[in-house]
Design a protein around this ligand. Structure first.
Ligand code: SAM
Length: 162
């Protein structure tokens, strides 16, 4: 497959997963955490498909398109090893959806970040909350949920907090 087709498929799968995750939480209140602003593509999509949800965004730096930068009150700027525990304390039991997209080219670092996110998140999650991620994250108290049709296994990961 050409690299162009590969990128298109990856982004289509990501969009399908975000749409499915929004659908999975549609009947519950709660805020959204977007972990990994990057250039703001997925943040922009999340706010488009969930205009009534409050979305809080995490990144160590701002490198997003100017129109895709949240206001200061919705931005946790800094290393998630510092900012995520603060957010979990602030949003205990109030989070309906976490989208984590912090994968780097460094597999060892990815594993360290995934382990940290998994062990840190639970107190923030409300019952039924979804954790959608580009990396496999073991979140205590959650079970795996199937991906949308057509999304290859291990392309994305869904967990639901029970
Ligand atoms: N979701 C974004 C989008 O659609 O544009 C792409 C996110 S990009 C793949 C990953 C982002 O995670 C980068 O912007 C990087 O700065 C951020 N990141 C990686 N490790 C981090 C850490 N330890 N703390 C905070 N941000 C981190």
């Amino acid at each position: 497959m050409s690299r162009l087709n590969s990128v298109i498929r990856r982004l289509q799968a990501q969009r399908d997963c975000l749409n499915a995750a929004a659908e999975m939480i549609k009947d519950q209140d709660g805020i959204v955490l977007e972990v990994g602003l990057g250039n703001g593509r997925t943040f922009d999509h999340l706010r488009e498909i969930m205009p009534d949800r409050e979305i809080f965004v995490f990144d160590r730096q701002i490198a997003a398109h100017p129109k895709c930068i949240p206001d200061d009150d919705h931005l946790f700027l800094g290393d998630i090893f510092e900012t995520l525990p603060r957010a979990v304390e602030q949003f205990k039991g109030k989070v309906a959806l976490v989208h984590s997209d912090v994968g780097t080219g460094d597999e060892a670092l990815n594993a360290k970040i995934a382990a940290f996110i998994g062990q840190t998140l639970p107190p923030a999650l409300m019952i039924g909350a979804i954790v959608a991620s580009d990396q496999k994250i073991d979140v205590p108290g959650t079970i795996a949920e199937p991906l949308p049709e057509g999304v290859p296994q291990d392309r994305y990961f869904f967990r639901r907090f029970k």
